[in-house]
Design a protein around this ligand. Structure first.
Ligand code: SF4
Length: 60
């Protein structure tokens, strides 16, 4: 499994609330842009899937 944040679901108009939820600091966001999950840090714990209000975190 690998996780990514979908630009189809993320409105990209606010600071991503799941950045502070991630225990690995694996979610990177430039301004209000589409957040990216750093695969080298992500342990696939699934917290971001649960906490994203837009359900924008998807599995590949
Ligand atoms: S699955 Fe867990 S470690 Fe990976 S980005 Fe989401 S919250 Fe962070």
């Amino acid at each position: 499994m690998s996780l990514f944040i979908s630009d189809r679901f993320c409105p990209q108009n606010h600071r991503c609330p799941i950045i502070r939820v991630c225990p690995q600091q694996a979610i990177i966001q430039d301004g209000y842009g589409l957040p990216v999950i750093d695969k080298t840090k992500c342990t696939e714990c699934g917290k971001c899937i649960k906490y994203c209000p837009m359900r924008a975190v998807k599995e590949v």
